[in-house]
Write a protein that binds this ligand. Structure first.
Ligand code: FE
Ligand code: FE
Length: 207
């Protein structure tokens, strides 16, 4: 007996169950990320997103309700993988700022997965005329996007630079050694090391 093929509505409900499970996984991961965070503003960002995520779970329950569907969860393997990667990072022996940079990277992968999925279910709900679901899901999408932006501003607003400041260990020493070694052959143009300036005072470095 041939069964009718599943419809976009079926795919939509499936995707909502996947998201419901993903959000639950995130509420378990965020407290660990909060503990692993070194910068207070980053820990605060994780904490406030945990609160939001709990609200998002409730909101998904309202979405199911608005559709007359039972609240069900379907294991989200994608989120499990992203969270597993984050868990592995937390086990690494990074310096404090680098750990924070890596936590942000892991968290942004989570947010981007969510942004992709919510964007899809919103577009499908709009196409099928599920207006209440659209309204609710858009509220969550806004929170995910704001979280993503907040994480970006924490990264580029200081954490990355702090992490980068020790990224190359004794690079300055290596650089000086290279400049010193290069003295016999080529002028060290543009170098700000004392040896480089010495070359410039010889009038051989171009300006
Ligand atoms: Fe979420
Ligand atoms: Fe999120």
């Amino acid at each position: 007996m041939a069964k009718d093929p599943k419809t976009l509505h079926d795919a939509f409900i499936d995707e909502l169950r996947d998201l419901y499970n993903a959000e639950k996984q995130i509420t378990k991961a965020l407290p660990k990320m909060m503990k692993a965070a070194n910068a207070a503003p980053l820990a605060d960002a994780f904490q406030s997103h945990l609160k939001e995520t709990e609200g998002q779970i409730k909101r998904l329950e309202q979405v199911f309700e608005s559709l007359g569907e039972p609240v069900k969860s379907k294991t989200c393997d994608g989120m499990a993988g992203i969270i597993e990667e984050g868990r592995a990072l937390m086990g690494e022996d990074f310096d404090d700022a680098t750990m924070d940079a890596c936590l942000i990277a892991a968290a942004q992968k989570v947010e981007h997965y969510e942004i992709g999925s919510y964007g899809t279910v919103i577009a499908w709900a709009e196409a099928m005329g599920h207006d209440e679901a659209v309204r609710l899901l858009k509220m969550t999408l806004n929170e995910e996007e704001a979280t993503d932006e907040k994480l970006s501003s924490l990264a580029t607003g200081g954490i990355n630079v702090q992490a980068a400041s020790t990224a190359h260990g004794d690079e300055d020493d290596e650089e000086e050694a290279m400049v010193g070694a290069g003295r016999k052959s080529a002028p060290a143009r543009g170098s700000t090391s004392s040896q480089g300036r010495g070359r410039q005072s010889n009038g051989r470095a171009r300006r």
